[in-house]
Design a protein around this ligand. Sequence first.
Ligand SMILES: [Zn+2]
Length: 102
Amino acid sequence: MSFESELSNGNFCIPKCTNCTKIVWPPSEFCDGCYGIVSLLKGNFEGEIIEFSQDSHGYFCMVEFVEKIRIMARKKEQPQIGQIVKISTCGIKDESYFFEII
Ligand SMILES: [Zn+2]
């Protein structure tokens, strides 16, 4: 399954090259370093809140996972910089990724 089909099923996976073990982000089928095949790591990954803002829908956070993976995620409660969070809900809506964190 591709990153996007996993994501649309509510599973956030981390794409990693099977050849050079590099994290491939943005997600791709092939490694952008060595063109190796990318596999998807599954797990309940923890990320760190790097920054956040507030709008009429609540909080919008930038969350960093391993290495260069940064996503924008919604959060209901007040976030804090440096807070360790997990993804509670994710998917694809209107052709873009969405994430909610707790
Ligand atoms: Zn590679």
